[in-house]
Design a protein. Sequence first.
Length: 202
Amino acid sequence: MEDLSPTNYCSSDIFGPKRISLEDSLTLINEYVSSKSGGDRVLAVSAALLESVGKRFQLFQVKRAKINASDASEQMLADIECVDARGEVDLAVEVKDRSLSVTQVLHEMPGLRAGRVSEILFIAQKGVESGSQEEVRELVMKEFSSGQNVYIFDLPQFAKSLLALLGEGGRRDFIESLGRHLDEYSSAVQHRRTWAELLKQY
């Protein structure tokens, strides 16, 4: 039987395509996150996107939590922290593998305010929960008046914007970064294998 243990399967050893278009990159991401993973795949994709942008434009370094650990247990303010050269959090990022609800935003805000983070990004795989768009918009406006800038993107929209900005070389960096994230943060072997199998199609 083939050994699929984490120590014997390394997705960052799998080389992706030498060239990949924006549309193929988006298709690859959508196929990858289409299966349930307890949020692991969406978190890895989001972190890899931000890491690629941070490195390419020398904006920040990315720290992230493991999927099964709470932010508090890892002494983090959010799922992903974009940290500047002084070690301060420029951008806190919460990632949801479903639709984003008003309750979820309200739950996260006190800790982020306490951490003195003014730039807050929510990435939701399926956007804002149906019927909650107006309530979320009003909440964002309320937070702005109290000093917090809250941004909300669905994952496809977020990925398309960043991957276009990164260009072809940056898209290649993103693919490599995602492989590293799957390994370094001990994603389940099926998530690593799926990513490797999808890369073979391009």
